[in-house]
Ligand binder design. Structure first.
Ligand code: SAH
Ligand code: SF4
Length: 347
């Protein structure tokens, strides 16, 4: 769906009165009618013009698979130009439905452990293409009388390398005539683009921020995340301090557990030291397997040890429950080529 401004312009060009825009948006978002023929409230002639002028969905769903436990669903979309992007629905036991969406086709950041980082970069998604991933699942859930609780920008891509379109998509999710999702239910995750963090600090939006920290020291961070060469850890943490001071919102530090790389007890102590006194929560992420050579996830016992050290130091910490591994829908598995082939075979 185009932005409200663009939609209004299309209606205006076709000579339709303003109230038709509201009627159209209500039929699509509240009644879930994505086929113009089913929108009775609009005149036939206008509908015919709109089919051409205003396609409802800008991305083409090409695959929708459900995990064996039925708690995760992955949708694959083809975008203009032929590239593919993915979005994932996670159904939690407490009834919450979370959607993980992509902001780019591929990613330029090249984190050593991430499957998306190893694929060729495609392009930035438009605000419409980002929004439509959520819109697709909104319609899917509406059919089952369910709704979306949260959105996380943790699929493919680095949201702050596509800042303007990402923020525009947030405003679309937020808009009362669109999905009316409160900004505080939306989380942007960044690998540490300080310019983006600074810009977000000044946005009049209550959106949440997650930082993919993954290492507490400069050399360790640099060894797994090339972005750390551009923005050093001290500058990064300063930008987080400025963000929390201004917004009073807690930032979550994502920490993926990589065997022998960032999972030692002394590393946990260092992580506790730099997190101490900050308005933060640490989210430990068990590594989801990929085909990347030399990278494996930490042993379960090491994950628990690591978490206990943080806790002992008074740091708020949780270990993320992993979902959707069997359909390659877990964090960092998107675009994992071999897994993808498996999915298609077992579909
Ligand atoms: N580019 C953004 C958002 C997408 S990545 C970012 O890096 O924050 C979402 C999260 O998944 C990041 O914290 C990322 O480090 C993590 N991740 C990447 N590969 C993973 C893997 N194989 N297993 C678990 N988490 C992974
Ligand atoms: Fe890009 Fe995030 Fe993957 Fe790094 S972890 S390569 S920033 S998607």
């Amino acid at each position: 769906m185009k932005t409200i401004k663009e939609v209004s312009e299309v209606f205006q060009k076709l000579g339709a009165p303003k109230f038709r825009v509201k009627q159209f948006l209500h039929a699509v978002f509240k009644e879930g009618k994505t086929d113009y023929h089913k929108i009775q409230v609009l005149p036939v002639e206008l509908k015919q013009q709109l089919i051409e002028a205003l396609p409802v969905l800008s991305i083409k769903p090409v695959l929708h698979i459900v995990s064996s436990k039925k708690n995760t669903e992955k949708a694959l979309f083809e975008i203009n130009g032929g590239q593919k992007v993915e979005a994932v629905l996670m159904r939690y036991k407490d009834g919450r439905n979370s959607i993980c969406i992509s902001s780019q086709a591929g990613c330029q950041m090249g984190c050593k452990f991430c499957a998306t980082g190893t694929m060729k970069f495609g392009r930035n998604l438009t605000a419409e293409e980002i929004f439509d991933q959520v819109f697709y699942f909104h319609i899917h859930l509406l059919k089952q009388s369910e709704s979306i609780s949260n959105i996380v920008y943790m699929g493919m891509g680095e949201p702050f390398m596509n800042y303007d379109n990402v923020l525009e998509s947030v405003r679309m999710l937020n808009h009362p005539d669109y999905l009316n999702l409160a900004a505080r239910r939306i989380t942007l995750s960044t690998s540490g683009i300080v310019d983006g963090i600074k810009k977000l600090t000044d946005e009049p939006l209550q959106v949440n921020l997650a930082l993919s920290l993954h290492a507490p020291t400069q050399p360790m961070r640099e060894s797994i995340m090339p972005v750390a060469r551009r923005w050093k850890i001290d500058e990064l943490l300063d930008s987080i301090n400025a963000y929390t001071a201004k917004t009073h919102r807690r930032v979550s530090f994502e920490y993926v557990m990589l065997n022998g790389i960032n999972d030692q007890p002394e590393t946990a102590e260092e992580l506790a030291k730099i997190s101490n006194g900050k308005l933060t929560h640490i989210n430990i992420i068990p590594y989801n397997s990929t085909d990347i050579a030399g990278i494996t996830g930490s042993e379960k016992t090491n994950i628990i040890k690591f978490k206990n050290i943080l806790q002992k130091n008074g740091i708020s910490v949780t270990v993320r429950v992993t979902m959707g591994q069997d359909i390659a829908a877990a964090c960092g598995q998107l675009a994992n080529k071999n897994k993808q082939k498996q999915d298609e075979r077992t579909k």
